[in-house]
Design a protein around this ligand. Structure first.
Ligand SMILES: NC(=O)c1ccc[n+]([C@@H]2O[C@H](COP(=O)([O-])OP(=O)(O)OC[C@H]3O[C@@H](n4cnc5c(N)ncnc54)[C@H](OP(=O)(O)O)[C@@H]3O)[C@@H](O)[C@H]2O)c1
Length: 368
């Protein structure tokens, strides 16, 4: 029987959960992987030696069952509404089960008065999970994932355009981390609580890139010229509603629009890049170009052909034909909790003080 502590990985079929579970298994730590259905991802987890737990991670009874016999856990709320509910269920079950150490996936933007309800809920969740002193916590605060750009990779591959509402093309605004690199930081903190308890990490990619540079990196990896097109928020919302494989809920789309506004305000560039992937995760962060190369290698459908270009054009026409989607109306319809005077992250003095230039041992590698 293994003497290593068992770790529960929630959202184990998701972007960071899957890699966290696989990386823990590479180090031969016992893993229970929480998924909601059996599919190719749960098979991959089982092949790696993880114990797969199928259930509803918003249900307290399932979370209690999943935590039996577990000592450590990765808390990862899905990119979906009701994050605070998920985190309350997780926290209640973790306290009852006497979990010794949790790594929680928070957000770069996490702040108390943010216009995004999701972000305010993350902020509250960070407080909740830290309330029981017997359980140590490491907080991982990534910014805008590199994976988000891959949503529009088909358009780049087949039409030569990188379309996102990121503002001016020549301003360096984000050093996007890969899913694997975020998981490396999470995994390191799960394996060694004595070193990482109480720490906050902000994994980033190796360098700040402008939208034009992101388009150039896509072009080099895809073997064609790709041009950045700064689209309106209205167009982004239509695209998120129109195109597969988007499975974003209406609620998630309303929040993504706010995160795009933070992107245009350069919030993800504040004291980025960090050295946390190299220093905590143990290897240099992946460049965005390498991330796209990896995706291109795994997806033969990104190779150019006349048929695929035509299909991409049809997709573009579908976006244009999609009716306008009123974000404010959607928020009203859901009866969201709203603040009368919200503040974006950089306007919140508390957020700014916690994102102030780092202490010498976590100084940015080469802040621009
Ligand atoms: N994307 C960004 O740029 C960004 C930036 C900063 C922070 N974050 C944070 O990242 C977190 C999301 O992490 P992620 O991207 O690694 O996760 P993710 O890809 O959204 O994965 C969530 C997983 O949870 C599963 N799931 C959903 N509902 C479930 C249920 N009721 N029971 C069991 N499983 C369920 C989903 O299953 P299926 O796949 O089967 O549907 C999915 O695999 C969010 O909390 C967000 O705030 C994201």
């Amino acid at each position: 029987m293994s003497e290593k502590p068992k770790t529960l990985v929630t959202s184990a079929s998701g972007k960071t959960g899957l890699h966290t579970a696989l990386q823990l298994r590479e180090r031969e730590f016992p893993v229970r992987a929480f998924v909601r259905r059996r599919d190719h991802r749960s098979e991959m987890l089982e092949r790696a030696g993880a114990e797969v737990f199928v259930g509803d991670q918003y249900a307290l009874s399932d979370m209690r069952a999943a935590m039996q016999g577990v000592q450590r856990a990765y808390q990862c709320a899905p990119t979906a509404p009701n994050g605070l509910h998920f985190n309350a269920v997780f926290t209640a079950a973790a306290y009852e089960a006497g979990i010794e150490h949790v790594v929680t996936l928070s957000q770069w933007l996490s702040s108390a008065h943010h216009p995004s309800l999701f972000t305010r809920e993350v902020y509250l969740s960070d407080i909740l999970i830290g309330m029981r002193r017997e359980m140590s916590v490491t907080t991982v605060n990534p910014g805008w994932f590199a994976d988000n750009y891959l949503m529009v990779l088909d358009m780049a591959a087949h039409l030569g355009v990188f379309t996102m509402p990121l503002g001016a093309g020549d301003v360096k605004k984000n050093a996007a981390p890969s899913n694997e690199d975020i998981a490396r930081v999470v995994t390191a903190a799960l394996i060694d609580p004595a070193t990482h308890a109480g720490q906050i990490y902000r994994p980033t990619g190796p360098e700040l890139l402008s939208p034009n540079e992101i388009a150039d990196a896509m072009g080099r990896a895809l073997g064609r010229r790709v041009r950045y097109l700064n689209i309106s928020e209205r167009m982004m919302v239509k695209a998120l509603k129109a195109l597969p494989p988007s499975n974003y809920s209406v609620a998630a789309v309303t929040q993504l629009a706010l995160y795009a506004e933070e992107y245009r305000r350069c919030t993800f560039a504040v004291n980025a890049p960090t050295d946390h992937v190299a220093r905590i995760g143990g290897c240099p962060p992946q460049s965005f170009e390498d991330i796209v190369r990896g995706t291109r290698a795994a997806r033969p459908d990104l190779a150019r052909s006349a048929g695929r270009s035509l299909r991409a054009m049809a997709g573009f026409a579908k976006i244009l034909a999609t009716p306008h989607f009123d974000l404010r109306r959607a928020e009203n319809a859901r009866d969201y909790v709203r603040l009368s005077d919200p503040t974006f992250s950089q306007d919140d003095p508390r957020w700014s003080s916690t994102h102030a230039p780092a202490l010498p041992d976590i100084a940015p590698v080469h802040a621009a």
